[in-house]
Design a protein around this ligand. Structure first.
Ligand code: NDP
Ligand code: HEM
Length: 483
């Protein structure tokens, strides 16, 4: 068998990879160390910026199988015809920690799902919680700063978490989930996923339906207490997922949607586009629409899991967003982050490349792949680069696939809209009231672990917020703080 020779990145065979060219036994190096310089220079550039949030992640490929035709609701090709299968990529993550932080922290888990549809990539960039901490995107950087390490000491500081929350009672619902038993899943296979936001579907008649996506684990919900989590190895969740897939024990989730018509949305007592609220199951029952299965590990962690670029703005015909203000902010944030982290041609990286043909008039930029390029893909051929043009075979827009127009509120005024007081407590209280005694005790003890490190003023404001969710909830926290 012929040998495979080591080469430079330029393809030239390398004669020696162990020693540097030197001026004698005790002499310095020379400038003809071309291979050494390339080796050192490339090594210096191995790191790209990590995600500013959700830096620690674990991805796998899989299949979404539709078990109910949704053509009454949408023209999206991946939702047509029971039995339709679509390839997916799912990336789990923690939110606050860096790339090398631990797996078993009490934190929300990201649940970012890409459908590689025949009409482009559709991303649902959700979490393992049905709601979120804020309802206005202006609060996101402040919220995240309060969860990250102290800027002076670089140490975690739970007092900061509670200082933010004391000033933002809109977080009460999500705090109640985060501090509950579900705040630390046993593994990524044992947690649910949610689109969290109100998203939309639209059909061939131009009717729009508001939807919430739910991914219910078929492995069952399993969780760890703080003490159990502290005994786990730092990378245990990642290992668990990789090993389960390796041994063909493919994890799966039942995929369900809640649907609300526009008329129902207008009548809804609460704002159905408020990310801090769920839609009660009794009023908006879960419809079973399919199964999500993970069945293939990545072949290269960096190329795939690190470079995957999810975005709530990755939409396909038949699906849309909603007026949820946080979602609207996210429509800007993700593609902007990708251009910073991966460069302007990030959609040409194989994990981000749609499975359908791509035709547009964008040209050039860093790392632009020519048509047929095996590394980056498919775009940027030598054809006409402006529109409109007179060529009969050049790409043209498809107005028949345009989203139906979105009505505005009748007397809406453009102004800074203060939503900070829109019922921050009822649903957090509802959750508390459906918990078992054991869950309540765990919840209260997890909260007091962190809250006891906050100032007295923060503690008393938080007790007031918990009491407004449920009197018993507040009283138990106050009693435990005084112990
Ligand atoms: P239901 O009794 O119909 O549903 C309760 C839901 O709560 C179930 O989905 C259950 O999940 C989930 N749940 C139970 N314990 C926890 C926990 N510690 N953290 C997060 N979720 C939990 O009631 P409603 O629909 O009227 O909702 C009541 C409350 O339940 C809400 O205020 C909300 O906090 C919570 N919830 C509601 C969801 C919804 O979409 N309506 C979704 C998730 C939570 P499971 O069935 O998987 O055990
Ligand atoms: C990642 C911004 C709210 C879920 C990110 C990233 C940014 C960001 C910049 C890193 C993207 C990258 O570099 O690839 C924001 C902003 C928000 C917001 C500005 C609010 C205004 C949310 C909400 C959810 C969410 C509400 C879930 C419901 C995620 C997930 C990831 C992520 C899952 C990781 C995606 C992956 O695995 O690559 N967010 N985010 N974010 N965000 Fe958000």
């Amino acid at each position: 068998m012929s040998k495979t020779y080591l080469t430079t990145a330029n393809g030239a065979p390398v004669a020696d990879d162990d020693t540097s060219i030197s001026a004698g036994e005790r002499g310095s190096l020379t400038f003809d160390n071309v291979h050494l310089f390339e080796k050192l220079a490339h090594f210096n550039r191995e790191r790209i910026p990590e995600r500013v949030v959700h830096a620690r992640g674990y991805g796998a490929y899989g299949t979404f199988t539709l078990n109910k035709d949704l053509s009454d609701y949408t023209i999206a090709d991946f939702l047509q015809g029971a039995g339709k299968k679509t390839d997916v990529f799912l990336r789990f993550s923690t939110v606050a920690g860096g790339q090398d932080s631990g797996d078993y922290v009490r934190d929300v888990r990201g649940f970012a799902l890409r459908f590689y549809t025949e009409q482009g990539n559709y991303d649902i960039v959700g979490n393992n919680t049905p709601v979120f901490f804020i309802r206005d995107p202006a609060k996101f950087p402040d919220f995240i700063h309060s969860q990250k390490k102290d800027p002076k000491t670089n140490l975690p500081d739970p007092a900061h978490h509670f200082e933010f929350w004391a000033n933002h009672p809109q977080s009460m619902h999500q705090i109640t989930i985060l501090m509950s038993d579900r705040g630390i899943p046993r593994s990524l296979r044992h947690t649910n996923g949610y689109g969290s936001h109100t998203l939309s579907l639209w059909n061939k008649d131009g009717e729009r339906f508001w939807v919430k996506w739910h991914f219910k684990t078929n492995q069952g919900i399993e969780t760890l207490t703080n003490d159990e989590a502290a005994k786990q190895p730092g990378d245990g969740m990642q290992r668990d997922l990789v090993e389960a897939i390796e041994r063909d024990d493919f994890p799966s989730w039942s995929v369900k949607i809640q649907v609300m018509t526009d008329e129902q949305a207008k009548q809804c007592e609460f704002n159905p586009f408020d990310l801090t609220k769920v839609w009660p199951h009794k009023e908006f029952p879960l419809k079973d629409i399919g199964t999500l299965e993970l069945n293939r590990n990545v072949g290269n962690y960096f190329a795939e899991t690190e470079q995957v670029a999810f975005a709530p703005s990755n939409l396909v015909p038949g699906v849309g967003v909603s007026p949820d203000k946080v979602l609207q902010g996210r429509l800007f944030a993700y593609a902007d982050a990708h251009r910073h982290r991966l460069g302007v041609n990030y959609q040409q990286i194989p994990v981000n490349k749609p499975v359908c043909p791509v035709h547009h008039y964008q040209r050039d930029g860093v790392m632009a792949g020519a048509s047929g390029c095996p590394v980056t893909g498919h775009l940027q051929n030598a054809d006409v680069n402006f529109y409109p043009n007179d060529r009969s075979d050049a790409p043209v827009p498809a107005p028949q696939l345009g989203e139906p127009s979105m009505p505005l509120e009748n007397d809406a005024w453009l102004k800074a809209y203060d939503s900070s007081d829109e019922d921050n407590y009822s649903q957090a209280g509802n959750l508390y009231r459906i918990m078992s005694e054991g869950q309540k005790q765990q919840l209260v003890s997890n909260i007091v672990d962190g809250l006891s490190q906050a100032t007295e003023s923060v503690q008393s404001r938080m007790v007031e917020h918990f009491t407004r969710c449920d009197e018993d909830y507040g009283q138990r926290i106050e009693a435990l703080l005084l112990k």
